[in-house]
Design a protein. Structure first.
Length: 542
């Protein structure tokens, strides 16, 4: 394999005391560990934007509510930028084909169990870890620019100043037409050259892509990893492209400043990049599909290795069963971002869930945990749990709500907008999991309870809804269609604490005022609070 061969050759001719650590040792140390890096999120989304048409995706509000950006960073241990882009696309897109999900889990298992194959693949993939590789997808997956009918003018315009500057040794008067033509070429670079410049960053990475594809295609076990067979089938295309794209495919990041300056001036005055690019368009078009296949095969393998490393890092992980109905049954479900997570178990058999409890007891974290794992199950085919049966549903959430003062939207206005969108979603085809935290908490008690009851009845008719609330009145009002769960605080040695475990049934305790006492609030305040609570309770029962 080319990358490994180059590494061994370089190491052979180093002095023994200067030899570096075997890269495989670094790979082994980093396996199953988080990777901290600059991810250039605006570039990571480019592949997803090109291929997402017609697919069901995790909407932006839910992505932010659940912290899926942080989840992506936790999972991302990729070696290449295309791998990062494919991984992002997989995590953002619901996969409805069970065969595809099964294949993803199978390949993750291959890379988890076969250390040798995984490390050989990672050694090859390391050749494409450049931010410029983010441009490969938009360059290869969009239509290439047409070759102008008057392209011969560019060839002539680039040749004239070169001839003049060489010939002025014998005929100094040639300096004038040479300078004039060079100035014209500067204008050409600023007009037509600027139109095709975005392709150059991607073109400079094609050579790297070809080398990585070559190294991966030499790996064994093509039957276990069908992407390797795809790469082997593109071997003729790689041979042809290396011959045709030599100049444009040079990785200029690796060149010294002097050489890079010389190339820049050659492009400005002699239109070298433009001429070579126009001469290569036919080859690029002929093998564009092969290049896309290489790119996606490389990215998919890299993403599979990354997810395998993530699975290795989890204390408990399972391949979930996806249910066609509204059944959700999990044991030991936990949040994959928490350092010391608490596992929870819950069974929802066709009914929605109302969760009550004190602040900080774990209500919001729990519904986020459910949402994240339902998405992971339908994208990467894994779940942070001991075992899980999860519904095949699109997740929609209303959790992280903030005032949008610049747009004139209050906190309550933002929530109204989000829940109204859920109602629209509920009326469309497909099943949804709706996650709502503290519904309508931005308005008064009477109207909040009334509106919440009506909305939650509507959403819970045909969809699975999980909602948290402090309004205990909702427990009775929704008992016909919602199962009741709660989180509670414990008083240990006179101090409040939480075990973060969900418990079946409605909340029966009223510890909020007791917590005020434990925090040292004046007795006059807590005494009046208890008297008022008793009075309001008596009025509500009349």
């Amino acid at each position: 394999m080319l990358p490994i061969f180059r590494y061994r050759l370089a190491e052979t001719f180093k002095a023994p005391w200067k030899r570096r650590e075997d890269p495989r040792e670094a790979l082994r140390r980093s396996w199953g560990k988080d990777v901290v890096r600059d991810r250039y999120s605006f570039q990571i989304t480019r592949y997803h934007d090109l291929v997402v048409a017609g697919r069901t995706v995790v909407d932006d509000a839910t992505w932010q509510d659940l912290g899926m950006g942080e989840v992506f960073e936790k999972i991302d241990r990729t070696s290449t930028f295309p791998g990062r882009q494919v991984l992002y696309h997989q995590l953002k897109t619901y996969e409805r084909d069970e065969a595809v999900l099964g294949e993803r889990a199978r390949q993750q298992a291959v890379f988890q169990s076969d250390t040798g194959l995984r490390e050989e693949a990672q050694m090859s993939l390391a050749g494409l870890d450049s931010s410029d590789a983010a441009w490969l997808a938009p360059m290869l997956m969009n239509e290439l620019p047409a070759r102008p009918k008057w392209a011969w003018v560019f060839h002539l315009s680039g040749l004239v100043p070169l001839v003049c500057f060489v010939g002025m040794v014998l005929w100094p008067m040639l300096l004038i037409p040479g300078v004039l033509t060079a100035l014209v070429n500067l204008i050409v670079n600023e007009t037509y050259g600027r139109r095709i410049t975005p392709h150059f960053a991607g073109l400079s990475q094609i050579q790297r892509l070809l080398c990585v594809a070559e190294g991966l295609s030499a790996l064994p076990d093509a039957q276990r990893l069908p992407q390797l067979e795809v790469l082997r089938q593109t071997a003729p295309a790689r041979t042809h492209l290396r011959k045709r794209l030599g100049w444009l495919a040079v990785d200029r990041e690796s060149l010294g400043e002097i050489v890079l300056s010389m190339i820049t001036y050659a492009n400005l005055f002699f239109l070298v990049d433009i001429q070579v690019f126009l001469g290569s368009l036919a080859s690029l078009r002929r093998h564009q599909a092969d290049l896309v296949n290489m790119l996606e095969a490389v990215g998919t393998l890299d993403a599979a290795i990354s997810v395998a490393s993530f699975r290795e890092s989890l204390s408990l992980v399972c391949t979930p069963t996806l249910a066609a109905d509204r059944r959700l049954e999990v044991a030991g479900l936990y949040h994959p971002l928490l350092a010391e997570p608490v596992g929870n178990s819950i069974l929802c058999d066709g009914r929605s869930v109302l969760i009550t409890g004190s602040n900080m007891a774990g209500k919001t974290t729990f519904i986020r945990t459910v949402g994240i794992n339902v998405i992971l199950a339908q994208t990467l085919n894994l779940c942070a749990a001991e075992r899980a049966m999860l519904p095949r549903m699109t997740v929609r959430s209303s959790i992280r709500r903030e005032d949008r003062l610049a747009q004139g939207d209050s906190y309550y206005g933002v929530e109204l907008e989000r829940i109204h969108q859920m109602i629209k979603d509920a009326e469309e085809e497909g099943s949804h999991l709706f996650l709502i935290d503290e519904i309508f908490r931005g308005t008064n008690t009477l109207e909040r309870i009334s509106a919440a009851t009506a909305v939650l009845h509507h959403l819970g008719r045909a969809h699975l809804t999980m909602v948290t609330t402090h309004d205990l009145e909702l427990q009775e009002l929704l008992s016909d269609s919602y199962d009741m769960y709660h989180f509670s605080e414990q008083i240990v040695d006179g101090r409040p604490g939480f075990d973060y475990r969900i418990q079946a049934g409605p909340t029966t305790g009223r510890n909020a005022i007791h917590l005020l006492e434990l925090r040292g609030y004046p007795e006059s305040i807590t005494r009046e609070a208890r008297r008022m609570a008793d009075r309001l309770t008596s009025q509500s029962k009349r």
